[in-house]
Design a protein around this ligand. Structure first.
Ligand code: PEP
Length: 236
């Protein structure tokens, strides 16, 4: 399973170091078999001395090596830390910062070319969910436009926008039904994201097409994140 943490705009450089140390100790001492990913904010990126199964990634970057793009980071800043994993298409990038599908696809192509592992996020807003499963599937498929789904380093995160940061996860039935449809097009590992927490991790990880979770809020506390990793381990 893949158990991933998206820090968003949380944690400092020093608290991220503390977090990574605690996470590493837990993973080593528990003998966890999970693939663990952490996406700290850009200011806290570093080379962390962690177990091989823990990957550090970047939450966002502009698709350039370097240049005049105020406030953005590019390949040069990521390369400094030897990082090779990136999150693209997160709903907060799309809806708060206005990233279009064309820009997401451009970022995807750039980082694919650079051989990055890409966690590519898709997910429908509430008004689409209210229109029913057909609309949901169409909306999510539209977010795959321009994305090379045959890329071997692709991981897709299905994250319904209405479930992100709201404390209201999609139901097991909703996730199951949506992932079954997504699976027709997506062969890459499929993660679910949207108010995942220790209390609902087990039922979500048991969904047939679910290969892991991408967690925001609940993962900012390292103990809670380790708890979710332990739940995945228990499931085998
Ligand atoms: C996310 O931002 O990827 C996410 C799933 O957030 P939360 O767990 O807070 O809903």
């Amino acid at each position: 399973m893949i158990i991933a943490s998206n820090f968003k705009t949380n944690h400092t450089r020093s608290s991220t170091h503390e977090y990574m140390q605690k996470l590493d100790t837990f993973v080593r001492e528990s003998g966890s078999a999970q693939r663990v990913m952490v996406f700290p904010p850009a200011t806290a990126l570093d080379r962390f001395d962690t177990a091989e199964q823990i990957t550090t990634g970047v939450q966002n970057a502009y698709p350039v090596e370097k240049g005049s793009f105020t406030g953005e980071i590019g390949l040069e800043q990521i390369d400094e830390f030897g990082l090779k994993t990136i999150l693209i298409g997160h709903s907060e990038r799309r809806h708060i910062f206005g990233e279009t599908q064309a820009l997401c696809a451009k970022k995807y192509a750039f980082f694919q070319e650079q051989g990055f592992e890409i966690v590519y996020c898709i997910g429908e807003p509430r008004e689409v969910r209210e229109q029913g499963i057909e609309a949901v599937v169409d909306y999510n498929f539209a977010q795959l436009e321009g994305i090379d789904l045959s890329y071997e380093k692709l991981i897709v995160a299905y994250e319904p926008v209405w479930a992100i940061g709201t404390g209201l996860s999609a139901s097991v039935e909703q996730i199951d039904e949506t992932m079954t449809h997504l699976r027709k097009k997506i062969k890459a590992p499929l993660l679910y994201g949207g108010s995942v927490k220790p209390a609902n991790t087990e039922e979500i990880l048991k969904i047939a097409d679910c290969d892991g979770v991408l967690v925001g809020t609940a993962s900012w506390d390292v103990e809670a994140f380790c708890e979710m990793i332990a739940i995945a381990d228990k499931l085998g």
